[in-house]
Unconditional design. Structure first.
Length: 218
C-alpha cells in the first residue's frame, strides 16, 4: 500500500501509473480529497481544544475572584459540542481515506511494459525452440494421468478451479519450496515463518480487506 507521503508530495506519479494500467483514478482522487479533509479536521480539533483550555483557565480565574463565569461556560459547552462532532468527523474521514488508499495499486517499475490489452504485450525473450503439437495435453490432463491432483474432491470443498496436489507432484512442490529456501538462505536471507493469525492492521498494509471481509476470522 502506498504511503501517504506519495499522495501528498508526488501524486502525479500515481495518476501516471494508473493511466499506464488503464485504471480509473477515482480512488486516488478520493484519497487526496479525504486526506485534505482529515487534515483540516485535525487542525480544527486542535484549535477547539486550545479554545476549550483557554476558557477553562479563564473560568477558573473568575471563580477565584468570585465572579460569574456563566457566559464563558455556555461558550465552552458549544465548543465541547463541536469538538465531539469534530472527533467523529475526523475518525470517519480517516476511515474513508484508508479504504480508498487500499484500492490504489503500487507504482509499476519503469521496466514494466504497458498496453491496453494482450495484443500490446511485447516478447522480451525466448528460450529453446518452439514446439507445436496437435496432440499436446493440458496441464489438467497431465495431472490426472500421473495422479498428481484430485480435482473432484477439491471442487466439493473449495469450488471449481481448485485442486489437491497428491503423490509425487505434492512432493515436487515441497522440493521446489525447499530449494528456493536454500538458495535464498545462501544469499544471506533469514528464514522466517510468521504467525498463522495476524491482526487487522498488519493485513491492511498489503491487501484490500474488503475482498475477504466475509471469510476473515474475527
Amino acid at each position: 500500500m502506498l504511503e501517504m507521503k506519495v499522495f501528498r508530495e508526488n501524486s502525479k506519479a500515481i495518476f501516471d501509473d494508473l493511466k499506464k494500467r488503464n485504471m480509473p483514478d477515482d480512488s486516488a482522487k478520493s484519497v487526496i480529497k479525504m486526506d485534505q479533509k482529515w487534515r483540516e479536521l485535525i487542525d480544527e480539533g486542535n484549535k477547539l481544544r486550545s479554545q476549550r483550555n483557554s476558557i477553562s483557565r479563564s473560568v477558573g480565574e473568575l471563580k477565584k475572584e468570585g465572579k460569574d463565569g456563566g457566559s464563558l461556560l455556555n461558550e465552552m459547552g458549544q465548543i465541547k459540542k463541536r469538538l465531539s462532532e469534530n472527533e467523529s468527523e475526523t475518525k470517519n474521514a480517516l476511515i474513508l481515506r484508508e479504504e480508498a488508499r487500499m484500492k490504489v495499486p503500487n507504482i509499476l517499475d519503469n521496466d514494466v511494459q504497458t498496453g491496453r490489452g494482450e495484443e500490446d504485450n511485447q516478447e522480451l525473450a525466448t528460450h529453446g525452440p518452439k514446439k507445436k503439437s496437435k496432440t499436446a495435453k493440458s496441464h489438467q490432463d497431465i495431472m490426472e494421468i500421473i495422479e498428481g491432483a484430485d480435482l473432484k474432491r477439491a471442487a466439493n470443498i473449495s469450488g471449481r478451479r481448485f485442486y489437491f496436489l497428491t503423490g509425487d507432484l505434492a512432493r515436487l512442490e515441497m522440493a521446489l519450496i525447499n530449494y528456493a529456501i536454500d538458495v535464498l538462505c545462501e544469499k544471506g536471507y533469514s528464514l522466517t515463518i510468521p504467525p498463522f493469525m495476524m491482526n487487522r492492521e498488519a493485513y491492511e498494509g498489503v491487501v484490500d480487506l474488503n475482498d475477504f471481509e466475509e471469510v476473515m476470522y474475527k
